[in-house]
Design a protein around this ligand. Structure first.
Ligand code: BDP
Length: 333
């Protein structure tokens, strides 16, 4: 009888231990884009890999369409406070928290996509991710994703900066980008999330915005502002960010943090491949949908570039070393 009681006791201990196996740590990832967009696909792949490689210890729930935060600035704030685990955002609003990031998104900085990727995957890009982490912002930059290049899109045709005078243009929440449009003669409007641009154009709050083909396409903005001006002013990469505070509060182990970092890096090439396909598809879609694509002559293009000289003085001067390093990498392209 005694033996039986001991056996029962031991069995219940084993069962108890099994029941007490730690529940998975659930973390949220915020994404402004819709399902199927290159970055959303990459977020989901990242979440899947992390779950697999941590043997289910970490579960990442991806919230697309900006349902967790209307603007990316708000999402980044939530990361700083530890209210959110991850956010896939554009590097532009992150520069308000880590100003050095402006150095890699100055206008007309890269010759092409290959140039930008050689920079991001090289010393400059790696230093930038390290800088985010050591900035004291509480943000951790995990990897870069592609976002092509950005062009203005407006309700009116323009071919020179002069014609931009007085046009109200939605800009990302980044002071350097605000200044860029002002130097061209436009009136910058901030605080409008990417998903609120279309209604803002329709209601006349703004006369346009600027973005890559896929965002212009998938947000439906091409239906409201049909002139897409091919000035290719910036290449602003995307960043997958992690919240230091959230990881601490949720007690994510050092081992799992390392796995998370590796998984993020592993999704970069995947996103780039998705991006290339989407960029072409979106361009074709908006062209078929009535967009008037405005090509600029080299002389007109030069006017846009010349207008950026003061911006390089105001924002570029302190990053001359980085700008030189980027130009150096560009010699190959
Ligand atoms: C898109 C980025 C997205 C930004 C958006 C914007 O993918 O992260 O929210 O631009 O302009 O290209 O705010």
């Amino acid at each position: 009888m005694k033996k039986f009681v001991v056996a029962i006791l031991m069995l219940s201990m084993v069962l108890g231990m099994a029941a007490a196996a730690p529940a998975p740590i659930k973390l949220r990832l915020s994404e402004i884009h819709m399902e199927g967009y290159p970055t959303t696909l990459a977020d989901r792949e990242f979440a899947r890999m992390v779950n697999e490689k941590t043997n289910g210890r970490i579960v990442i729930d991806v919230f697309a369409n900006g349902v967790l935060n209307a603007t990316e600035a708000e999402g980044i704030e939530a990361l700083v406070l530890g209210e959110l685990g991850f956010a896939r955002v554009s590097a532009a609003p992150v520069a308000e928290f880590v100003p050095d990031l402006n150095a890699i998104q100055l206008p007309f900085l890269y010759k092409n996509s290959e140039h930008m990727w050689a920079v991001l995957n090289g010393q400059v890009g790696q230093d930038m991710l390290a800088k985010i982490q050591s900035s004291g912002s509480g943000l951790i930059g995990l990897c870069w994703y592609d976002a092509g290049s950005r062009c203005y899109y407006l309700t009116k045709k323009i071919t020179t900066p002069k014609e931009m005078a007085g046009l109200k243009i939605r800009m990302q929440d980044n002071k350097m980008m605000v200044r860029m449009t002002e130097l061209l003669g436009g009136v910058s409007v901030t605080g409008i999330g990417s998903n609120d641009i279309y209604p803002s154009i329709v209601s006349g709050i703004i006369d346009g915005a600027e973005n890559n083909w896929p965002t212009y396409d998938t947000k439906g903005d091409y239906k409201a502002a049909k002139y897409y001006i091919l000035d290719y002013h910036t290449r602003v990469p995307e960043i997958l960010l992690m919240s230091e505070a959230s990881m601490k509060m949720r007690k994510v182990s050092a081992q799992d943090l390392e796995i998370i970092k590796q998984c993020a890096k592993a999704t970069q090439e995947y996103e780039i491949a998705q991006w290339k396909a989407m960029e072409k598809k979106s361009e074709a879609n908006v062209r078929a949908g009535g967009t008037i694509v405005v090509e600029l002559t080299p002389a007109q293009m030069q006017l846009f570039q010349d207008a950026m000289v003061p911006l390089y003085k105001e924002y570029g001067a302190k990053y001359q070393n980085i700008i030189n390093a980027i130009a150096d990498v560009g010699k190959k392209f």
